[in-house]
Design a protein around this ligand. Structure first.
Ligand SMILES: Nc1ncnc2c1ncn2[C@@H]1O[C@H](COP(=O)(O)OP(=O)(O)OP(=O)(O)O)[C@@H](O)[C@H]1O
Ligand SMILES: [Mg+2]
Length: 441
């Protein structure tokens, strides 16, 4: 005889809230669902009002019937997935939302003709009280005005996050610091969504372009490969065969070497190309699943993110049906590079890295103007320079030899152009201090 063993709702949900979602990744899960539901206009609003702060994601997709909303709210909801489906686990809506808020409401309208809106919510206060897998129906007059207005005007779905205790984790959730934090999150969200969904925003993924707005501002797409820059080089693509459970496929790699600072059309384009994590960290693989960016930069342990290879970015597509090979996890934030193709990938990357290196060295520092001379986004190097400068106070005889002795570590790991730069800043400082008077190198 079998015995049914039902998990504790309170305990299991609270563990599932901590899968490690960042705010913007959690919002991306909601946007995934909207795109999958055929929406081409998605409006994200993050509204600060102390304890009454909320986030809404309003889409104009196909919407859901009341039964479909109830299924959508189920942890481990069931549906058939398409080949290039953005969904996979039946969990994203719930886990991502409850990682950020204590109350998730899903409202939807699926009829073009009739204005019928149905809503259900997961409320953590309720779950903690009853310890049951219970969702609550929500009446229309309990919904936020923007949600009602939206679903009165179109079919689609509205996801609402309230009780944002986790986001407003400040001593005073109504105060200026909390408000500033929300502003910063809003800014970062625009950048992050512009990267994650860039192919959907430009229509590269599906013919119907998607427009995403954050607090009314249209999200700009961010192309990691700067394909509109005339000096971007696309190198020859290559593929590596893979197999999983007897199924065969190939992983396609499209390598790009981006222009150096001086080869960019403008300094603002160069700055933007640096991306959310800046140049050094943004080198590496850009791994896509169903056209959505899962990993933005980094070499998945195949090599280190060296300053001199920072112009190299490689587009990698996870072929449909091979998610498990990359160990795509529930939060879709972490993937593993398949072990069996590591060696071949390292070999195939070598000429790309060399090309990026050569370009960096040839054009890396054509101008010497202030902090942009060496890459100011390399925080380690910057820190080393500043530490070393304080040590230099006593030593103003600035010859290359002195620098070499005083700053062995710094000098040792600097490239020739960084060494030249070091000498220049020391020289300038010495002139400012008018203390040196000794001949400079
Ligand atoms: N905006 C939406 N419009 C229409 N249906 C939706 C929307 N959001 C969610 N759904 C439905 O709810 C279901 C559950 O969503 P959820 O994000 O939890 O899982 P999933 O998308 O199937 O898989 P994953 O866990 O990989 O995201 C979806 O499969 C979809 O059927
Ligand atoms: Mg989903």
């Amino acid at each position: 005889m079998t015995v049914i063993s039902i998990p504790s709702a309170k305990r299991l949900i609270s563990s599932m809230r901590d899968l490690g979602y960042e705010f913007s990744d959690a919002v991306a899960e909601i946007v995934d669902n909207s795109i999958q539901a055929g929406a081409n206009v998605i409006q994200v609003n993050l509204h600060f009002d102390g304890y009454d702060s909320y986030l809404t994601v309003l889409d104009n997709g196909v919407g859901m019937t009341p039964a479909e909303i109830r299924e959508a709210m189920r942890f481990g909801s069931m549906r058939d997935y398409e080949q290039d489906d953005l969904g996979k686990f039946g969990l994203g809506l719930k886990t991502s939302s409850l990682s950020q808020c204590d109350s998730l409401t899903v409202s939807s309208r699926n009829s073009q003709k009739k204005v019928q809106v149905h809503s259900y919510s997961w409320d953590m206060d309720h779950v903690n009280k009853v310890d049951q897998w219970e969702i609550l129906p929500v009446e229309i007059d309990e919904l936020l005005n923007p949600v009602v207005e939206h679903l009165y005007s179109t079919t689609g779905t509205a996801v609402t996050w309230e009780k944002l205790n986790r986001l407003l984790n400040f001593q005073d959730p109504t105060g200026g610091r909390a408000e500033n934090d929300i502003k910063k999150l809003t800014q970062d969200l625009k950048v992050s969504l512009g990267a994650t969904f860039h192919r959907y925003l430009t229509g590269e993924q599906r013919s119907k372009k998607v427009m995403i707005f954050v607090n009314g501002d249209l999200v700009e797409s961010w192309d990691p490969f700067c394909r509109s820059e005339k000096n971007t080089l696309e190198l020859e693509s290559f593929s590596i065969p893979i197999s999983m459970d007897g199924k065969k496929g190939t992983i396609k790699f499209r390598p790009f070497v981006l222009p150096t600072q001086s080869q960019f059309s403008s300094s603002s384009a160069h700055l933007r190309a640096g991306g959310p994590e800046k140049w050094n960290k943004q080198q590496g693989f850009y791994i896509y699943r169903a056209g959505r960016l899962l990993q933005s930069g980094g070499w998945c342990g195949l090599r280190t993110s060296d300053e001199h290879s920072k112009l190299a970015r490689v587009l990698v597509e996870i072929p449909a049906g091979f998610d498990d090979l990359f160990k795509v996890n529930i939060s879709k934030m972490k993937i593993n590079f398949p072990r069996e193709i590591r060696e071949e990938a390292i070999l195939k990357l070598a000429p790309i890295i060399k090309k990026a290196n050569d370009l960096y060295r040839a054009h890396g520092e054509t101008t010497f103007s202030g902090a942009s001379v060496y890459e100011a986004d390399d925080k380690n190097f910057e820190q080393l320079v500043s530490n070393s400068l304080s040590k230099l106070d006593a030593e103003w005889s600035l010859t290359p030899g002195t620098v070499k002795n005083v700053l062995p570590k710094l000098y040792g790991q600097a490239t020739p152009s960084e060494r030249r730069y070091l000498l220049r800043i020391f020289k300038r400082l010495a002139e400012e201090k008018k203390a040196g008077e000794k001949p400079l190198a």
